[in-house]
Design a protein around this ligand. Structure first.
Ligand code: MGD
Ligand code: MGD
Ligand code: SF4
Ligand code: MO
Length: 686
């Protein structure tokens, strides 16, 4: 059993950690340290979900940690915004100046300061821990952190009552696994291992995805529907469950709300009607419904790919209803899993201290619309113009939609921008100050996860590289310079790890093993008891109806439905490349060698009519912008849909563009999420 060693004393040994990245698997890491240097990172064999194996990305963590491009000192801009010209400064110079600038803006109106962060690390301490305290005390604008999962989360919460579902380990016992909007081999490889185990034991695997992914290829069936049509498919499945009476009437009567109304709606969605919407044969829908209606236990692994469209919330809701129709929840290997994060008893108030707002109610800005918001002047409805941004754990210039506008916003000479980073990302190029941050091997943290149900602890394995500091320490030092003297600003990282769960998790167990399982029933909804207001699975949501929405799930067409525009006849999706994690790892040569270069997958029929061949340089465009890359003619793309895998750094792309030049700042039906996969384009030879 590996042991953890505090960083100061670390010389040789093995240290237990947790993968910080935005991936459902949240692996348990073992770092081997020799003479204070991390020489190897491998998967913890004692952690059941990790099972001793890491993905290709994090197996190379020492390459990332000791990368020649790691930021090692604070940097101050000397050239024009975005020129990437910086000079080295001391921490004192940087922090004194930043604190003075933020103080001056804060005295006028702290809402002119915008923190901007996401899940570069999923850690509770290096994420919104000390940062949350700092910005609450300051009274800065609040950020709605919607860029990934908020539509699906809203859909799930309005149906099941929270981000809760099946326990992932029991997928191995399922006889049918539906991978719905999930490229598991890429995005959650430890789940794929469970699915493989089930397959060996006779389970049938069905993949529902517009792209013929490596995962789809390895499943028995693949429904290659058009993006944004999942709710229509789910309703047609319900139609078949009703007309063939593949229903669990007892479960419906006892544990659901709104069945009569949902039944009526579903009966309007014949397989033929859904087939026309989804762009797949009606018979395929019938076959899938039969499989789902007649196989026990049946498990759905829903992932976030299907909710990056206008109707994403409704689609997640419609799919989350299915197991209650068939009573799949009765078995521990039946039901649905989109996210497990709602099970974790995090003490967010103790960590982030919203009480430091002291009655102030700053405005909330949606991170998806940062492009527009940075270009907005002060107004009564918007409030003050954004004068300063503090970016951490995020690379918005590469990952936020409509990036032409994002770049224009970040280019404002009057915007004061601070970026806490490990590397010179596209966003760091626009900073006034870049502050070098530690990696997971260099700091403490504690983690929840959205793919399994163990709390994870990360101990530092090595001392910080160069002059790097943990985010928490940077905010601590800024707080001191701002004169914030509340005792919470003196809490150590290790102490904050304990505060995150209080006595709800055994910290000694975490220290000893690196993980601590939550105690959740094996089949959490076998007897109903959903964490909704009614305690039932809410087909009809009174809360949604109260907010003026349709109380029942429905198919909500895309903002930009496939086939609706003559100018832009192709629908584009931009899911992740396997060897990158969002825009992280793009600068690791060994991984980049595998992904080669930015490209767009296009079906042979669509390529031929445009005179394109694999390797052609193409201009992909719409009214928002243009993206230049190579074409790859392949049947991974279905006719009418192109796939621009991401997320490459703009500065490495042809004409310094990436796929987010094309995506829009429009929002989802619920949750105010982004619609990355609801995007029409045209493609030409460049
Ligand atoms: N290697 C790797 N792993 C990752 C990431 C990464 O970048 N790289 N990102 C991490 C993050 S932040 C997240 S949120 C998750 C994302 O992982 P997932 O939640 O699985 O979501 P995506 O990868 O966006 O999309 C999954 C699949 O959905 C498909 N899809 C696109 N549109 C639709 C649609 O309308 N309907 C259906 N049914 N399918 C659709 C895509 O083609 C893709 O194959 O993965 C995490 N894991
Ligand atoms: N077109 C398109 N765009 C997308 C998506 C898509 O599928 N298609 N996916 C979307 C999704 S699901 C997501 S979640 C977002 C993700 O977008 P981001 O949250 O921006 O994720 P990353 O691109 O991984 O960038 C995280 C950054 O945090 C830095 N970082 C990591 N750990 C630390 C730390 O401890 N301290 C500091 N200071 N920095 C750290 C990393 O170096 C990295 O540059 O992108 C979204 N954008
Ligand atoms: S990125 Fe995912 S699969 Fe890879 S090590 Fe981290 S948690 Fe595990
Ligand atoms: Mo995400």
């Amino acid at each position: 059993m590996p042991i953890g060693i505090p960083p100061s004393g670390t010389v040789n040994g093995q240290v237990l950690g947790a993968c910080p990245h935005d991936c459902p698997d949240t692996c348990s890491l073992v770092t081997t340290v020799q003479d204070g240097v991390a020489v190897k990172v491998h998967g913890n064999p004692d952690h059941p979900s990790t099972d001793g194996v890491l993905c290709a990305k994090v197996s190379r963590y020492t390459e990332r940690t000791y990368h020649a491009d790691r930021l090692l000192h604070p940097l101050k801009r000397v050239g024009p915004k975005g020129s990437g010209r910086f000079e080295r400064v001391t921490w004192d110079q940087a922090l004194d100046d930043i604190a003075a600038r933020l103080k001056a803006i804060g005295e006028r109106d702290p809402q002119a300061i915008l923190p901007y962060s996401y899940c570069g690390t999923m850690g509770l301490v290096q994420g919104e821990g000390m940062a949350g305290r700092f910005f609450h005390k300051l009274g800065a604008s609040l950020l709605d952190r919607t860029i990934c999962a908020s539509a699906g989360a809203a859909g799930l919460t309005h149906t099941l009552g929270g981000k809760v579902g099946m326990k992932v380990e029991f997928f191995t016992e399922a006889k049918l696994i539906v991978l719905w909007g999930s490229n598991s081999i890429t995005s959650t490889v430890h789940f794929w291992r469970l699915a493989q185990e089930a397959k060996r034991q006779g389970a049938r695997l069905v993949c529902i995805d517009p792209r013929r992914t490596e995962t789809a290829q390895k499943c028995h069936d693949h429904l290659q529907l058009l993006p944004g049509t999942d709710a229509a498919l789910a309703l047609a499945v319900m139609h078949e469950l009703v007309v063939n009476d593949w229903l669990d009437h007892d479960y419906l009567a006892q544990h659901t709300l709104g069945w009569d109304a949902l039944r009526e709606r579903a009966l309007r969605w014949s397989p033929e009607r859904a087939a026309a919407v989804c762009g797949i044969p009606a018979q395929q829908i019938r076959d899938f419904a039969r499989l789902y209606g007649t196989t026990r236990p049946a498990a759905i692994r829903l992932n976030y790919g299907m909710q990056r469209v206008r109707g994403g919330g409704n689609a997640a809701r419609a799919i989350a209803c299915l197991p209650a129709l068939t009573g799949a929840w009765r078995h521990r290997a039946g039901g649905v899993l989109l996210s497990s994060s709602g099970w974790f008893p995090v003490d967010g108030a103790a960590l982030r201290r919203p009480d430091l707002l002291a009655g102030r109610r700053p405005r909330t800005l949606n991170m998806v619309q940062v492009g527009d918001d940075l270009l907005r002047p002060s107004s009564p409805s918007f409030g003050p113009q954004v004068e300063a941004m503090v970016v951490y754990n995020c690379n918005p210039v590469a990952v936020a939609p409509d990036s032409g506008k994002v770049v224009r916003g970040f280019s404002r000479e009057d915007l004061f921008t601070v970026v806490l980073e490990q590397f010179r990302t596209d966003t760091a190029d626009y900073a006034d100050y870049i502050l070098p941050a530690t990696t997971q091997l260099e700091h403490w943290d504690v983690h929840t996860t959205y793919g399994h149900t163990d709390v994870m602890l990360n101990r530092p394995a090595i001392a910080p590289v160069g002059e790097c500091k943990p985010n928490s320490e940077i905010f601590r030092e800024l707080a001191r310079r701002m004169g914030f003297d509340d005792p919470c600003f003196a809490d150590s990282d290790e102490h904050m790890c304990r505060q995150a769960f209080g006595d709800r998790v055994d910290f000694e167990e975490l220290l000893a093993k690196g993980f601590a399982p939550l105690h959740i029933p094996d089949a959490p909804f076998a007897h109903g008891r959903f964490p909704t207001a009614s305690g039932k699975c809410e087909f009809f949501s009174a809360e949604l109806a109260r907010q003026g929405f349709d109380g029942l799930p429905d198919h909500v067409p895309n903002h930009e439905p496939a086939g609706s525009s003559a100018a832009y006849p192709l629908a584009m999706i931009s899911p992740p490349a396997r060897n990158f994690l969002n825009s992280t790892f793009v600068n690791l040569q060994s991984l980049r060698d595998i992904e080669r270069e930015p490209f767009l997958e296009i079906h042979p029929v669509d390529a031929q009519s445009r005179g394109l061949a694999t390797g052609s340089v193409v201009r992909v465009f719409n009214d928002r912008g243009e993206y230049h890359c190579k074409a790859e003619v392949t049947e991974r793309a279905r006719p009418g849909v192109v796939n621009g895998l991401g997320i490459w750094w703009r500065k490495d792309g042809l004409r310094q563009t990436n796929v987010n030049e094309l995506t829009s700042q429009k929002l989802t039906d619920m949750g105010n999420g982004p619609v990355f996969y609801d995007c029409l384009v045209e493609v030409q030879a460049a």
